[in-house]
Design a protein around this ligand. Structure first.
Ligand code: 5GP
Ligand code: ZN
Length: 113
């Protein structure tokens, strides 16, 4: 399987890692859309959020816990931050290995683009 984010997990492609444990990796986005833009991904390959199975619920919940911890560590938890999963074409999903975007460090707009 030719998956960019699996290669990042395997360290075949370098990334700026901000958190890692046995189930997930968090790293800086290569093309940041905010002063803080981090991607949180499971080490298990799941192509879209539609493929999240009930057995993955704890894993995905842990990704949210990691996002909270990163926001706290970066000092933006109280100011605010945004978490996004894009799914399929109209949402703009480009990498088909689920990733939770964490955006922070500027005023976010609503509705999102
Ligand atoms: P999507 O559009 O699929 O929700 O988000 C994919 C994200 O992955 C984009 O924000 C893009 O900048 C980021 N990205 C794509 N290739 C790389 C890469 O090689 N390294 C890193 N760190 N981020 C990447
Ligand atoms: Zn993958």
């Amino acid at each position: 399987m030719d998956c960019l984010f699996c290669k990042i997990i395997e360290k075949k492609i370098p990334s700026k890692i901000v958190y890692e444990d046995n189930r997930m990796l968090a790293f800086e986005d290569i093309n940041p859309q905010a002063p803080i833009h981090i991607l949180i991904i499971p080490k298990k390959h799941i192509s879209t959020v539609l493929e999240i199975a009930p057995a993955d619920n704890e894993l995905v919940g842990s990704m949210l816990q990691a996002a909270n911890n990163i926001a706290r560590d970066k000092g933006v938890a109280d100011r605010g931050f945004r978490l996004v999963f894009n799914c399929n074409r109209e949402a703009g999903q480009e990498v088909f290995h689920i990733h939770l975007h964490l955006f922070a460090g500027r005023q976010m707009h609503w509705p999102p683009g």
